[in-house]
Write a protein that binds this ligand. Structure first.
Ligand SMILES: Cc1cc2nc3c(=O)[nH]c(=O)nc-3n(C[C@H](O)[C@H](O)[C@H](O)COP(=O)(O)OP(=O)(O)OC[C@H]3O[C@@H](n4cnc5c(N)ncnc54)[C@H](O)[C@@H]3O)c2cc1C
Length: 550
């Protein structure tokens, strides 16, 4: 089968109204039914309730942003939905992103209007309704350093920024949320990014985009909201022998195997999609980020955007992150061959990123400043030749001859649209009994308007990055309106000196967020694990809390 870019369905076998054998598995009815709590007890009970040879409406394979989005779309439309994830929520590419909620500026520059528009609309949905608690407006600054920019490049960038602004306006995202493009002077530039080089600095161009506090937290919020609407979210469960209407599910914790029969099976396994359905052809591309202590750049309040020498459209970004870090990224390299569990940055990528960002810094960063590094694989559809940077970021929904429906490509930002297209396809091809999609109006766990969200009592909440109230601002940024539940889960003391993750958040990760062991907590519920030294400092305390909370 030849994958085709864009929402699309290929030739399909005869439509049918559902699987023919097995007993229909109703939703889980145990103590956590109707809640967004995910934990080991619920997981075991849901697996038990599912049993062998169960019949469901939709099986979703993969617990990244795409699969979690599909599970939420399907469950909130009334479909009996099971999501299986071989490792942990957000184990794959979804935790290795730049954590930006893009307005599609880059696509606009290359004339891909449809992708740019979709990105801008979905950014608005995320920032105004579904997950505003996890996203802030990030100023992105291009320093006007004459030796850094080619002749005419500043004007080109300014035009691009204004086009991005126009896209934001037409997508209906208010300027109060994402301020308009502007030029700032050298003093203001230095205040926003104290580490910037000042010789010849003529100020900067500034545009705003959305930034997630963390990508994995968006996926956890999606999975939990899906569970609240009745989806079974089963981690450590691998799908094997997948067909258009069934799969063998292996509980990797116990070795137990079950068969599940489904009206439709959606393959949302990202770069692993070709392993689940061999008719899918992908061309993964690796993107690497380096992490440095934010102090090394003077604790920047904005992202520094540095043009890549010799290119008019590529940039390296230094992005301020939670936990006092700055992420410097990113690369775009062909990554053929077997898919590793955790892709690794290469030496050449490390040198490229440091060399490029150093051109804009007063004091060059060295290898000794790099406290961590991570790489992720983009699940790009193989369209033949050309560089991976040129391959379309559009998503595709494909039905293979076996009947498996694969949803692949796209971006973290556009997950909701991808999910809607995939479920719509399943509903249409298989006659599933679903209501209309309404995820654009459905607040995720922690968002304002979500039934369980509560404001904290006056004086409780910290402000800015400080802790003026009892509850740190960093905890609010990670949990939003669910902070009151986190407070009830444990103490507000930091898990280790210098880390603003509290003991309560660790306990909450186990009782409410489906973390099954210390690695889930260190590497996906919190991102302490991105810096090995931080992980070692926190590990013992995390292991103790996980053992107690289980
Ligand atoms: C470096 C980099 C930076 C990026 N930055 C951004 C950004 O800033 N903004 C943005 O919008 N997008 C960004 N993207 C794109 C975005 O991250 C991806 O498009 C998105 O995360 C893909 O999610 P996914 O759910 O499709 O795949 P994944 O997150 O990889 O999820 C697939 C899941 O399937 C599971 N799985 C595999 N096989 C099986 C099986 N047999 N049974 C059960 N489960 C299985 C895996 O364990 C995995 O968890 C970036 C991508 C990269 C690589």
């Amino acid at each position: 089968m030849t994958p085709t870019a864009g929402p699309h369905t290929g030739p399909h076998s005869s439509a049918h109204a559902g699987p023919s054998s097995g007993s229909h598995a109703g939703p889980y009815t145990g103590p956590y039914a109707g809640t967004s709590r995910l934990n080991a007890v619920r997981r075991a009970a849901e697996l038990e309730a599912l049993g062998d040879d169960a019949r469901i409406d939709l099986l979703v394979i993969g617990g990244g942003v795409t699969g979690a989005g599909v599970a939420l779309d399907a469950a909130s439309r009334g479909l009996r939905t099971v999501l299986v994830e071989a490792r942990d929520i957000a184990f794959g590419t979804s935790r290795w992103s730049s954590k930006l909620v893009h307005g599609g500026l880059r696509y606009l520059a290359s004339g891909r209007i449809k992708v740019a528009w979709e990105s801008a609309v979905e950014r608005g949905v995320l920032m105004t309704r579904t997950a505003p608690h996890l996203i802030r407006a990030l100023p992105q600054l291009v320093p006007l350093l004459p030796d850094l920019l080619r002749p005419g490049q500043a004007a080109l960038i300014r035009t691009g920024f204004h086009a991005g602004d126009a896209l934001r306006l037409t997508a209906g995202t208010p300027g109060a949320l994402l301020p308009r493009v502007r030029r700032i002077d050298a003093d203001r530039t230095r205040r926003l990014v104290p580490g910037v080089r000042t010789d010849g600095l003529r100020g900067a161009l500034v545009a705003h985009d959305g930034q997630l506090v963390d990508d994995a937290r968006l996926v956890v919020a999606l999975a939990r909201t899906a569970a609240q609407y009745g989806a079974s979210v089963l981690t450590r469960v691998r799908a094997e022998q997948v067909t258009g209407t069934s799969a063998r599910l292996v509980d990797t914790l116990t070795g137990r195997e079950l068969t599940v029969r489904a009206g439709a099976v959606v393959n949302a396994t990202g770069v692993w999609a070709g392993e689940v359905d061999t008719s899918i052809r992908l061309r993964p591309s690796r993107g690497t980020h380096l992490l440095v202590d934010a102090k090394a750049l003077g604790n920047p309040a904005a992202a520094l955007t540095v043009p890549v020498p010799g290119s008019t459209s590529r940039f390296v970004f230094a992005l301020p992150q939670q936990l006092g870090r700055v992420a410097i990224g990113l690369t775009d390299e062909d990554a053929p061959g077997p898919i590793p569990d955790e892709p690794q940055p290469t030496e050449a990528e490390r040198s490229f990123l440091l060399d490029t960002v150093n051109a804009a810094l007063a004091t060059a960063l060295t290898r000794a400043d790099v406290i961590g590094a991570y790489a992720g694989l983009r699940p790009l559809i193989d369209t033949g030749d050309g560089s991976t940077a040129d391959i379309s970021r559009e998503h595709a929904v494909l039905e293979s001859p076996s009947g498996v429906i694969t949803v692949v490509g796209g971006k973290l930002t556009t997950y909701r649209r991808m999910a809607e297209d995939a479920v719509e396809t399943a509903v249409r091809l298989r006659g599933l009994p679903a209501r209309a999609c309404w995820t654009a109006r459905l607040p995720l766990v922690g968002a304002p308007g979500h039934g369980d969200s509560r404001p904290l009592p006056a004086g409780e909440a910290g402000v800015g990055d400080g802790t003026a109230g009892r509850v740190p601002a960093s905890l609010l940024a990670r949990h939003g309106g669910a902070a009151h539940e986190v407070l009830a889960a444990g103490e507000l003391t930091p898990i280790a000196e210098g880390l603003d993750v509290t003991r309560a958040e660790i306990a909450y990760a186990v009782s409410h967020e489906g973390a099954l062991d210390a690695a889930d907590v260190l590497d996906r519920r919190t991102r302490i694990g991105l810096v090995a030294e931080d992980a070692e400092r926190a590990r013992k305390a995390v292991e103790e809390i996980v053992a107690e909370a289980r």
